[in-house]
Design a protein around this ligand. Structure first.
Ligand code: SF4
Ligand code: SF4
Length: 265
């Protein structure tokens, strides 16, 4: 970040953008009520779709982008944001993995599904199959979650503001679940996706005895084939596991389960 003098530090210029999604990640930032005033004091918010009616569209130090890319217009807009931002952060499951709207990604039925839902409606801008933003532009950092968590978000923003490289999130939900001393639901033969899901939610669901459905998105270090094998050994049908894992897996899940799909052919 630019320093004008010893006493006058130029605040980082931030843009917060929303593409196709529920806007829950922007809402979470607004709901960080105990920290938002400090945040607004520490940065120069140039654009915040949900919170500001007076955006400016110049150069940015950091762009936070929520939502998947699902129209030709959005493809052009995200490229334009990339061109003027030094750092781009994908924020939330839709931007990181494609979101639930990408659960049938690349199954070849996109045109048919559009027709089923919208019939002969004429679109203002051409719809495209929903993709995570890193299929269109280069992304520097990822904030997973549906929605993102306050501690992970504030930690990442704090690091960026102070010029410290943010940490990559690689641990699974199971780690947090063990730290919270929960009984593992796999012992009860439940369909829990904790072993292959990115951590950060504090094992919110298993804390209440509910299996993880994977809303933090797939963890690249997860042993997907072993989890499939284990769940199948419980008598849970392969199709049911696949359907569950694809809910929030979007495009990202495809490469992790490719070998499992290959075995089916
Ligand atoms: S309950 Fe789920 S998240 Fe917790 S340890 Fe077991 S598999 Fe992992
Ligand atoms: S579904 Fe999994 S990743 Fe999502 S909040 Fe629940 S435990 Fe966390």
């Amino acid at each position: 970040m630019e320093v004008k003098s010893e006493k006058q530090i130029v605040k980082p210029r931030i843009g917060i953008y929303g593409f196709t999604g529920c806007a829950g990640d922007q809402l979470l930032i607004i709901h960080t009520e105990d920290q938002i005033l400090n945040l607004f004091d520490a940065v120069d918010i140039k654009s915040f779709v949900m919170a500001s009616s007076n955006p400016t569209e110049g150069e940015l130090d950091v762009a936070f982008v929520e939502g998947s890319i699902s129209t030709e217009e959005e493809r052009e807009h995200i490229k334009e944001i990339r061109d003027r931002a030094q750092i781009v952060v994908a924020m939330g499951n839709c931007a990181v993995a494609g979101g639930p709207q990408a659960m049938f990604a690349r199954d070849g039925s996109f045109a048919e599904r559009i027709k089923q839902v919208y019939g002969d409606v004429k679109f203002i801008t051409d719809p495209v199959e929903a993709t995570p933003i890193d299929e269109v532009i280069t992304v520097d950092y990822y904030l997973p979650g549906c929605p993102i968590s306050q501690p992970q978000t504030m930690a990442l923003i704090g690091r960026l503001i102070h010029g410290v490289e943010p940490e990559d999130i690689t641990t699974p939900v199971c780690l947090e679940c063990k730290l919270n001393e929960n009984k593992c639901l796999l012992n009860d033969k439940k369909l829990c996706l904790g072993p292959v899901t990115m951590g950060g939610c504090g094992s919110a669901c298993p804390n209440y005895g509910l299996p993880c459905v994977g809303c933090w998105g797939p963890n690249k270090d997860g042993n997907f084939s072993e989890l499939f094998r284990l769940l199948n050994s419980f008598g849970i049908a392969h199709e049911e596991v696949m359907r569950r894992i694809r809910n929030y897996g979007g495009h990202k899940i495809l490469k992790y389960i490719e070998d499992i799909k290959d075995k089916e052919r």
